[in-house]
Design a protein around this ligand. Sequence first.
Ligand SMILES: [Zn+2]
Length: 192
Amino acid sequence: MSRVFYACALILALGLTCAQAQTSKAETTTEKITIVLADGPLLVDEVSEESDGYWYKRGNITTFIDRARVVRIERPKPPAEESSSDKDIVEGAGKWKLSDAGKIEEFFVGKFKKPLPLSAFGQSDLHTRWGWDHRNGMDVGLHPDSAEGRALIEFLRNESIPFLAFRGAVPGVATGPHIHIGNRSPRISSRR
Ligand SMILES: [Zn+2]
């Protein structure tokens, strides 16, 4: 019994040592992580994600923040990976089907007193040309960092609706800034 306990404790201690070694290595870079909240950015040293929010560390103080208050997390770009377009894409996870679109429209009209600016609802010619199965997706022509875009993303996160928010064009994927609602589109299987 106690033998098992000590084995576990040892593994735990070793694990912690590894984690600490990694942390102190990361801390040698002075760049901070930004937690973007609805009411502004918050610069922090470390962030760890939980199911219902984030723990963040500033100096020696660790604080929990509710997921609903967080618009997104911005980590400093590693200089070697600037070519990756993923930095310009924000992603949210969850379950979705196109018939859920009504409640998003309802939210948007209620908040902004105008219809949701849809650029694609389900499959479009462009998606077919690019080879994406977009039958269960819809595109909203809003910049993710605009007031309307941020409000929409916050709503999608609160409702656990998956989305991909593009800050710019991605060749073969996005013509410009927009918010794709739904899971990542699968590739159209080659037709014969
Ligand atoms: Zn889309």
